[in-house]
Design a protein around this ligand. Structure first.
Ligand SMILES: Cc1cc2nc3c(=O)[nH]c(=O)nc-3n(C[C@H](O)[C@H](O)[C@H](O)COP(=O)(O)O)c2cc1C
Length: 343
């Protein structure tokens, strides 16, 4: 199976099959904002803007890594780049592994920076790839390919375990991440793909020199789901591990507790209210993959509509909690726990 074919299958399955977690949520329902009946500001005066990687965003949101490296990916990435540039949100490209191996689909990545000159763009590569490298010049080439402001390394041990062609040995990954963090020309982001990051993992990453951690927690897209629809899933493994992982809300709190870790929250964030809860729980920025892909697929204007709805909902939370700017969401007493997080 070529990497291009696999990347195309991931998009097809994500769009056409049910791959959501089944009996586990991202955990945001356990939290509620404390309503402020006296906001003492105007809705339009609320400032949702933040800076990320030295560039301005209209609100703390990024399109999570999805695709590149097959023919249809050029069109997806072109449309993502156009909307992200117009709406001033960040964009993570999908795994650039295919571009490591041959030059056939470089345009599917190049198109992003060409159409989105002003926003933060994040490159992407898997832990399994970097562990094999003896020097990091191929990763620098991936940075150059999208003129990335940061490079994300994805940790996906469960996905690899379930893939028929997957890598079942994660030895040496932390040391490779440490070397990359020290040597790369841009900041490193370490992300999961839907199973979350624990406090202990975050601590080891920070000690290795990483500061940005995207929790990509459980409760949204299940990669066990995607891989089992690809015919992998190693038989009965898939059913048992469909809901594996740390719910996103819990993972944010775990990673935030580690000094030196800056949190990006993703995994099952499905509206602007949940994005605001993620920020209130300690994230600097939120991300989503599946809803973005589906809105893009829904036709012209779908993604612009999604982004402006989420931004309006996010702004409404600031207004209705008496917050004037994003950081105000983190002041004490804004968010309260209403029930134990879902199992
Ligand atoms: C079609 C698709 C392809 C993805 N490809 C990648 C990838 O190449 N690299 C990566 O780090 N994450 C990848 N992801 C994972 C997302 O970045 C994200 O972490 C995960 O889907 C959880 O977010 P969600 O619940 O909003 O979908 C992909 C997700 C989807 C839906």
């Amino acid at each position: 199976m070529t990497i291009s074919k696999r990347k195309r299958e991931h998009v097809d399955i994500a769009l056409n099959r049910d791959v959501a977690f089944r009996n586990k949520t991202s955990g945001f329902e356990a939290w509620d904002f404390v309503h402020c009946a006296l906001p003492e500001t105007a809705f339009d005066a609320v400032d949702t803007r933040v800076e990320f990687l030295g560039r301005g965003l209209s609100f703390p949101f990024m399109v999570s890594a999805m695709t590149g490296g097959f023919r249809g990916a050029a069109d997806i990435n072109r449309r993502l780049a156009e909307v992200c540039q117009a709406e001033k949100i960040a964009l993570g490209v999908g795994s650039q592994r295919q571009a490591f191996e041959n030059g056939r689909h470089l345009e599917t990545f190049r198109v992003v920076r060409r159409l989105a000159p002003d926003i933060p763009v994040v490159g992407n590569i898997g832990a399994s790839e970097i562990v094999r490298l003896t020097d990091f010049s191929p990763v620098e080439r991936m940075v150059e390919l999208v003129a990335a402001d940061a490079m994300a390394v994805h940790l996906n041990p469960l996905q690899e375990l379930l893939q028929p062609e997957g890598n079942r040995d994660f030895s040496g990954v932390l040391a490779a991440i440490g070397r990359l963090a020290a040597g790369l020309s841009v900041p490193l982001i370490v992300k999961e793909v839907g199973c979350g990051v624990s406090a202990d993992t975050a601590r080891r990453l920070v000690e290795a020199g990483v500061s940005w951690i995207d929790v990509a927690g459980a409760g949204g897209t299940s990669w066990t789901g995607i891989e089992s629809h690809r015919g992998g899933g190693r038989g009965r493994m898939a059913g048992v591990f469909w809901d594996w992982g740390i719910p996103t809300a819990e993972s944010i709190r775990m990673v935030r507790s580690v000094p030196g870790a800056a949190v990006i929250a993703s995994g099952g964030i499905r509206n602007g209210l949940e994005a605001a809860k993620a920020v209130a729980l300690g994230a600097e920025l939120c991300g989503a993959a599946m809803p973005v892909l589906k809105s893009l697929d829904a036709g012209p204007g779908g993604l612009v509509r999604l982004v402006s709805e989420w931004r309006d909902q996010f702004r409404a939370v600031l207004y209705l909690t008496g917050s004037r700017a994003c950081a105000d969401l983190r002041r004490p007493g804004v968010l309260r726990r209403t029930k134990a997080e879902a199992p």
